[in-house]
Design a protein around this ligand. Structure first.
Ligand SMILES: NC(=O)c1ccc[n+]([C@@H]2O[C@H](COP(=O)([O-])OP(=O)(O)OC[C@H]3O[C@@H](n4cnc5c(N)ncnc54)[C@H](OP(=O)(O)O)[C@@H]3O)[C@@H](O)[C@H]2O)c1
Length: 374
């Protein structure tokens, strides 16, 4: 009987205006690893804020919801289907059924909240139109609902992506002030979402977070790489020197929360990563070293990946399900430099990444094993 304890604590905590301390880490399957992590990255606060999270059923959104609950916020989630709550199942959140194109549901969702965390988005879609409809128009709809229904909103956080900025054109790390040159439909749609945010930022206090590739428990994209490694194969997708930034999911959450509290960064964009530079061609070695696995290196030439992406896209037209890899993703994978500079987030938000790659990978791998994904 774990959930009743949680609900009881929630009631006492909210009556006394206290943050969550005890029962949350016990709250059930899939969440126990939080107990091991401790609370060192999450500062408990005793001020109750009411937050709306979109995309709460997803990878990053679900971690955000849990962290907000832990720090004592009241959380409302916009969900597409109340009968399919995924990672939100059993959590004490208020649910509003709707989606990014149902304006009435958005108005209801934003009513009376202090903060909006917009994490809903599509990272894989069957066509280009869907990326724009959800990531760009959906974002605009949500902002407009805030302006109309909740003009006193304290903060709107838009979870954008490094893909919106595109790869770094020089040998260094991309900065927020650099020109945006996205190379995929996904990246272009996220950039359009950012442009809507910036256009309307004079009416709503707004901050844009641009994470690099994010990994951690519940992720299904980097998981594909773990899965191949667990079969004893270490794929090498490139022989060129390609560099990327990565970030563990709880570091992204910390950055989002710092942004939500920032008083002076409205209208600003922040890159977020763990601050390290990684070589894509050495990714297999980095993973096997961190996880103490043995695997044989196999070079997969670019033309095979392109072929698989084209075939997957074709197949997805029949299955009506987005492919795991598509030509846009391949275009992203072919770029030489996906490094981003997090100096601005460190300076203005006080962001300090807490999870080195080896630690984040270990936690993630153990979670996949525990949940029998591997
Ligand atoms: N994962 C990364 O590496 C990464 C990196 C940088 C930025 N981001 C950004 O972070 C955000 C979250 O990514 P994620 O990896 O957590 O994705 P995810 O696991 O696929 O979750 C996406 C979420 O968006 C919801 N959603 C999709 N279409 C919607 C719509 N039309 N209306 C309302 N909700 C909708 C999904 O709801 P259902 O459960 O109903 O499908 C789900 O909750 C995205 O905006 C993404 O662009 C992700």
């Amino acid at each position: 009987m774990k959930f009743p304890i949680y609900w009881l604590e929630l009631f006492i905590r909210q009556s006394l205006k206290l943050p969550c301390l005890l029962s949350y880490p016990l709250a059930g399957k899939g969440h126990a690893y939080f107990a091991l992590l401790g609370h060192n990255t999450i500062r408990l606060r005793n001020m109750i804020q009411k937050a709306l999270v979109t995309g709460g059923t997803g990878f990053i959104g679900s971690h955000l919801v849990e962290t907000l609950l832990k720090r004592g916020s009241e959380v409302r989630c916009l969900v597409r289907n109340k009968l399919d709550l995924k990672w939100l199942h059993g959590l004490p959140v208020e649910l509003i059924e709707g989606h990014c194109h149902n304006i009435n549901s958005l108005r209801e969702a934003v009513k009376g909240v202090d903060q909006v965390f917009h994490s809903a988005g599509v990272t894989k879609a069957i066509d280009e139109k869907t990326y724009f409809e959800v990531n760009a128009i959906g974002t605009k709809n949500l902002i407009q609902a805030c302006i109309e229904t909740n003009p006193n909103l304290k903060k709107f956080i838009y979870l954008s992506s490094q893909a919106a900025a595109g790869p770094c054109q020089s040998n260094g790390r991309k900065r927020e002030s650099d020109e945006c040159l996205p190379v995929s439909p996904y990246g272009r749609s996220k950039r359009k979402g950012e442009e809507f945010c910036l256009e309307l930022s004079s009416q709503i206090p707004m901050i844009i977070i641009r994470p690099s590739a994010v990994y951690g428990p519940r992720d299904r994209d980097v998981f594909a790489f773990f899965k191949i490694l667990s079969k004893g194969i270490k794929p090498q997708f490139s022989k060129r020197e390609q560099r990327i930034s990565l970030c563990y999911v709880l570091d992204v959450i910390e950055a989002i929360l710092l942004a939500s509290e920032s008083k002076s960064s409205e209208g600003e964009i922040f890159f977020i990563s763990d601050g390290q530079d990684y070589r894509l061609d050495r990714m297999g070695d980095l993973f096997t070293e961190a996880l103490n696995l043995h695997a044989h290196q196999i070079y997969v030439p670019g033309w095979i990946i392109s072929w698989v992406a084209s075939a997957s896209e074709l197949l997805s037209r029949f299955t009506k399900r987005p492919p795991l890899i598509n030509r846009g993703k391949v275009e992203e994978m072919m770029q030489e430099n996906w490094l981003c500079d997090i100096t601005k987030a460190k300076t203005l938000l006080g962001y300090e990444p807490q999870f080195p790659l080896a630690v984040g990978l270990k936690i993630t791998y153990e979670w996949y094993l525990k949940e029998r994904w591997l």
